[in-house]
Write a protein that binds this ligand. Structure first.
Ligand SMILES: Nc1nc2c(ncn2[C@@H]2O[C@H](COP(=O)(O)OP(=O)(O)OP(=O)(O)O)[C@@H](O)[C@H]2O)c(=O)[nH]1
Ligand SMILES: [Mg+2]
Length: 431
């Protein structure tokens, strides 16, 4: 990759990478082959080419070189033979491991965290996401600056050197610290604005449902499918979905109006991945606050993926970290157009769907309704004719079963949520 004077990329040359992972043999780890397959997908998402994959069986990692020194020397030979310029490790490396490895291998050393941060930097679209990613990148690189040449330097550009908006990341310690405090201030500003928006939504008393799950599970596709069914909709409200890790980085809110006028706000969120960098989770905590505050979580699972159980576990761990694990949650086993796994047991809080074909979506909305509107109260009301505004509000926003125009006002049989029930109590004649 080459940069011009303004620090913008002018030419992108594909990096050629060898991926390196350690098989610790621990039983609760994800099988190494699958973890490396995921690393390969991540590498692809960062725009580099995978030349080879090296796995070392090793119960304990080497404090100096992460892998064995002998293995590192073997990889050095491969680098020359295959014209490789980057080595990507499947775990987080310490500053000294990076430095030592760079000394032997003489190519750029990237770890899984740097790789994930790099993908986030490439994908970040909104100002807030960009700020969050950059701060996570800077915090991660700060203790790793010393002695790192090729991996972070200006000439050895590539994964790990770019921030959001394809700008070069700061290298100077002092300037990094200044930049971090500057970003913090900007995030505060954005947060204020978001809090105002959220307060507005809260005021509407509309329940919030959040889609959560592993990256590529189909959250955004499901959001689009539910938008299709919504009584209020528009094509421009569709969100981006793609067969790519981390297609979504921002939180999106859409109003869904069901056939009986019951409505809720649906939130699409960033997908999770195993070994998600802590700095990143921290940075995204503010955007994910809404997940913590939602009334219901739909945990979307790619049931076609061999590792779906691990993906559920990872997602739940991140949710726990966010303090959202105590929320009511429905498991939506997605991609069932490819058949339903016979190991999947159907429970009252799980549903088999295909966000692509629409299979099972009715069932899902039924379950959502049961969760969100179980406290709906059916009642009979008499609205005086001079309170036309209340009548219009109820007519537009609630399920009306019966209307009669009586001598002293409009008689309504409606279903009210708790807020409306309390608000219009005086007009209720029978609950
Ligand atoms: N076969 C099949 N593919 C699906 C289904 N739902 C989603 N997909 C595909 O899965 C890929 C990922 O879908 P997204 O909706 O972008 O997934 P996501 O969970 O939003 O992913 P991130 O935003 O990366 O976290 C896309 O290629 C979708 O077309 C489904 O029900 N069946
Ligand atoms: Mg998405």
């Amino acid at each position: 990759m080459l940069f011009n004077d303004r620090n913008e990329i002018v030419q992108d040359i594909k990096q050629r990478a060898i991926l390196v992972g350690i098989n610790s043999g621990r039983r609760d780890d994800i099988p190494i082959e699958e973890s490396m397959e995921e690393l390969k997908e991540l590498t692809r998402a960062a725009g580099a080419e995978v030349v080879d994959i090296v796995i070392q069986n090793k119960a304990k990692i080497d404090p100096a070189y992460f892998i064995g020194k002998g293995k590192a020397e073997e990889i050095k030979i491969m680098c020359t033979a295959y014209d490789v310029d980057t080595i990507i490790f499947n775990d987080e490396l310490s500053a000294s491991q990076m430095r030592n490895l760079e000394g032997i291998l003489e190519v750029a050393i990237i770890d899984r965290t740097t790789l994930i941060l790099d993908i986030f930097a490439r994908r970040a679209e909104t100002k807030e996401a960009k700020l969050q990613v950059e701060i996570a990148q800077l915090r991660y690189r700060l203790p790793r600056l010393v002695g790192l040449g090729r991996s972070l330097s200006r000439t050895g550009a590539g994964i790990g050197t770019r921030g959001p908006g394809e700008q070069k990341l700061e290298l100077d310690r002092r300037r990094i610290l200044d930049r971090i405090s500057d970003i913090k201030k900007q995030i505060e500003e954005v947060k204020k604005n978001r809090d105002i928006q959220r307060a507005k939504r809260n005021k509407l008393q509309i329940p919030v449902v959040s889609l959560v799950g592993y990256t590529n599970a189909g959250k955004s596709t499901l959001m689009n499918k539910l938008l299709d069914l919504s009584l209020e909709q528009s094509e421009s409200k569709k969100v981006y979905s793609e067969d790519l890790l981390f297609a979504t980085l921002d939180t999106f809110h859409r109003k869904i109006v069901l056939d009986d006028k019951k409505e809720f706000i649906l939130t699409d969120t960033v997908g999770f991945v195993s070994k998600l960098p802590h700095h990143l989770v921290d940075a995204f905590k503010s955007t994910l606050e809404e997940v913590v505050e939602s009334d219901l979580l739909i945990h979307v699972v790619d049931s076609c993926n061999e590792n779906f159980e691990m993906q559920i576990k990872v997602t739940n761990e991140v949710l726990k970290d966010l303090g959202a694990l105590n929320k009511p949650m429905i498991y939506a086993f997605n991609k069932c157009d490819n058949g339903i796994r016979n190991t999947l047991a159907k429970t009252k809080d799980s549903v088999f769907i295909s966000a692509l074909t629409g299979y099972g979506i009715e069932n899902l909305t039924q379950i959502i309704k049961e969760h969100l509107f179980k406290d709906m109260i059916k009642c009979k009301m008499l609205i005086p004719y001079e309170k036309g505004d209340i009548y219009s509000y109820l007519h537009e926003n609630t399920k009306v079963y019966n209307i009669k125009y009586e001598a002293n006002g409009t008689y309504l049989e409606v279903e009210l949520n708790e807020a409306n029930y309390n608000r219009y109590k005086q007009y209720i004649i029978e609950a």
